[in-house]
Design a protein around this ligand. Sequence first.
Ligand SMILES: Nc1ncnc2c1ncn2[C@@H]1O[C@H](COP(=O)(O)OP(=O)(O)OP(=O)(O)O)[C@@H](O)[C@H]1O
Ligand SMILES: [Mg+2]
Length: 511
Amino acid sequence: MEQIENKTELTPKQIVERLDSYIIGQEKAKRAVAVALRNRFRRLKLPEEIRDEVAPKNILMIGPTGCGKTEIARRLAKLCGAPFLKVEATKYTEVGYVGRDVESMIRDLMAVGYNDVKAEMEEQLREKSVSVVEEKLLDLLLPGTDKKDDKKSKSDSGSDGKMEIKPLGFLTQPNPNEITIDLNKVAADMQEALNQANQAAAEQQKADEDAAEKERENHTREKFRQMLREGKLEDREVEMVVHRPQGMPNMEIIAGGSIDDLQNSMQGILNMMNGQGRGKKRNITVKEARKILTEEVLDNMVDHDKVADEAKKRVEQSGIIFIDEIDKIAVHGESHGQDVSREGVQRDILPIVEGSNVNTKFGVVDTTHILFIAAGAFSVAAPSDLIPELQGRFPLRVELDSLHKDDFKRILSEPKNSLIMQYTSLLETEGVKLDITEDALDRMSTVAEEVNASAENIGARRLHTIMEKVLADINFEADEHKGETIKIDAAYVDEKLEGISQNQDLSRYIL
Ligand SMILES: Nc1ncnc2c1ncn2[C@@H]1O[C@H](COP(=O)(O)OP(=O)(O)OP(=O)(O)O)[C@@H](O)[C@H]1O
Ligand SMILES: [Mg+2]
């Protein structure tokens, strides 16, 4: 909970700053999503009566392909700390599913929220779980020790090892004057006393042996514990029942799921009937066993109801759904054939964006305050080709700019996950250093812009194909250049792209 608050406390400026380290340019779009994110947080601070009145301002991002729409969504997901789901609108028009139940996006978002909260709670319990897991590992490493413990404790309760002679019958006669001695009985009593003494002695001996053994075992156990803690047993193999990671079969059908959820559930039930859910014995290393045991132990420790409650709260109050490729469900001109299903999807999305109740396996979720960000290139269809009701649900429009030479140059080198960084580190694993000069970057960006202008404009994706082409030979021959530093300058780039970038037809196919 603290975590979500800390993260949503980012000011719009801070959010833009974070996005800046991955996305070049597109200031307007960054500012819009940053403000939208901040508004969720502001709303939560309002008194309850007003809070319910403030609906989120859904955003529609419009921009050419490869200009960073999806990238913004991806980065946003990581930094917003609220349940975040990215879906492709086209997913709901797939052939064979007359509209894959659009409501499933809410169920998926709930699942994201649930996993987030569960992971957080498990993190809090992790320290506590360590000692439990350690005991379980020791049990696996020293099989049978705990069983002997059982036997031992039984003999413990039978006798504490002290010799004890019960008073003989004739000495406890109530009235000594009336003594009548039955010699046979005296003999029998004495025999019994002797037997008892012998038995007690035997038990004593056994108890001593058991204690010694227990002590030895304890000693071994402690020794193993020590070794375990020092990490000396990580590769030792143990036998363990391993369950398939599947948990409960999905019972959402009952909660109002759809056809494909039904399929999943049936599969889960079938697996259970085949006994696949019960797990089987396997030999695995201590290291693996620890991982599996930790998961099991944590799963048992977590209060699943509490997780579901918290997840529902977060999803309803601060959840975000990013609907990518929304232009693909817009219908340009007269509608026919597939278009009907596209329009259908738009109509299905409406009530969810507007606010409705959706059944999920964690309870009913109210979608009124979930923030929706839609994005699309809108190269064929225009936003006005969406059905009017849906257009109205996305009041904030931001346009992303198409990218140019200078942007490309920065995209190549500046983002934290830049292409240059990726290729350089990949080759470094083979002992090859790349020295990519400033003018090489210039050259590649120029080529990217030219090809985008003459062939199709695929935005920054063009850089991937160009980089790939320029470094193709080095990638192939990396082993011959071990220990070398290879300089890549404009001349090198020109050499590798020679004849391709000038020739329109060639560049259309190759770059
Ligand atoms: N402004 C940018 N800054 C940094 N990298 C970018 C930018 N724009 C695009 N890229 C890079 O280009 C690739 C494609 O971008 P992205 O997936 O965001 O395109 P898109 O706008 O969603 O296009 P489409 O409409 O085709 O889905 C990504 O790998 C991304 O890293
Ligand atoms: Mg995209």
